[in-house]
Design a protein around this ligand. Structure first.
Ligand SMILES: *Cc1c(COP(=O)(O)O)cnc(C)c1O
Length: 360
């Protein structure tokens, strides 16, 4: 139980939206539930004014620091509906803790873990009818922290708004679990050492859009980011962490400041260790990946993230060539990880790590 009291102002019935029943039409991030959670911070009162209110436009000064200097950090997690209609969160504390680390990088003040949890739980409980029933669908939760001081000087902020949105989302793999085509990006970079790569902050995504558009135009789904210094070391794929299976060993780049510490990445590492699959966090160059592929030692490659869970890589485009991985088919390890993680999330399987928490 938490000490945080959350006031609830319900949306009048006549202003509520119809709750969609067709999971196949949901897509991602377009539709939002009727309420959101919000609270405020200032130096005098600390965190206060924790409320769930009908979702309307934000009351934010045009001079608010977030709008001028990008002082924003966010999170992404999901609530899943199990057989029998109970609703569960997956490892929400990891998201609350990561929000604090992201905020600290930008000299921002994040809500305490227990306030984050109380807000998310109360909101999901209120909006429980919005958690889709259809297979593979879920309620995506977007905690967001912005600096709200009306001030144009460049200095750390003193006033913050934290809010949480909920959005029902469809199955990521509408047409089945499918490998993606990934283009290795050799010019633009996502993150530099000493920069903000390990923070989930809006600016990182703004800077990634040019490469993403070019990759799409060239017929790929996403980009594979390389390190900023030598353009050799593999970092991430799009907005997911990346794993390669080479000679039966699973390799993912270590968290060294430029890589986003994914909750799914951590869960995959724990599962692989639990299964006694050899796994290591080590730096790997794109040339080593290509060499392994040429020599038939590259088994599978996959991205990990909350949205898609596991996203197998079918093709790596590099310097005008397309390298096919696992015949562009879903490999057994990707499938096993996907089944294990979604099994735990939807309560179809036991949860030996105690990763899930029942909300209602
Ligand atoms: C959010 C994100 C991930 C995945 O993190 P999860 O906690 O697994 O969802 C990976 N890389 C980037 C750049 C991200 O923004």
């Amino acid at each position: 139980m938490s000490e945080w009291k959350i006031e609830i102002e319900r949306c009048p019935e006549d202003r509520r939206q119809p709750i969609p029943t067709d999971g196949s039409k949901l897509g991602f991030g377009r539709l939002f539930t009727d309420h959101y959670f919000r609270c405020r911070f200032d130096r005098e009162h600390g965190w206060h004014d924790a409320k769930i209110v009908p979702r309307t436009a934000l009351d934010l000064d045009p001079a608010a620091m977030v709008l001028h200097y990008g002082l924003e950090v966010f999170e992404g997690l999901k609530a899943y509906r199990a057989e029998g209609d109970s609703v569960h969160l997956f490892r929400w504390r990891k998201n609350a803790e990561r929000l604090q680390r992201s905020a600290a990088r930008l000299e921002m003040e994040a809500p305490p873990v227990e306030l984050f949890g109380a807000g998310v739980r109360a909101l999901v409980e209120l909006e429980k009818d919005w958690v889709p029933k259809a297979e593979g669908c879920s309620l995506y939760i977007r905690p967001t922290l912005v600096a709200s001081d009306p001030f144009l000087g460049v200095r750390p902020a003193d006033e913050f708004l934290f809010y949480v949105l909920c959005s029902p989302v469809g199955a990521y793999y509408a047409t089945g679990f499918q490998p993606t085509r990934i283009l290795v990006e050799e010019h633009d970079v996502r993150a530099v050492e000493g920069g903000t790569g390990e923070a989930k902050t809006g600016g990182n995504y703004a800077a990634s859009l040019r490469a993403q558009r070019k990759a799409k135009e060239a017929g790929y789904t996403q980009v594979l980011w390389l390190d900023a210094k030598e353009h050799r070391y593999v970092e991430e794929v799009g907005t997911s962490n990346i794993f390669f299976e080479i000679d039966g060993k699973v390799i993912t780049p270590p968290l060294g400041g430029t890589i986003l510490p994914g909750v799914t990445r951590d869960s995959v590492l724990q599962l692989l260790k639990h299964w006694d699959v050899p796994v290591s966090e080590e730096r790997i160059t794109i040339d080593e990946v290509l060499k392994a592929s040429e020599e038939g030692r590259l088994g599978e490659a996959f991205g990990t993230g909350t949205a898609a869970v596991i996203s197998p890589v079918g093709v790596l485009g590099y310097r005008g060539r397309d390298i096919r991985i696992h015949d562009e088919k879903v490999g057994p390890l990707s499938q096993r990880l996907y089944d294990a993680l979604t099994g735990i999330q939807y309560q179809r399987e036991p949860d030996p790590f105690e990763w899930t928490e029942k909300v209602c």
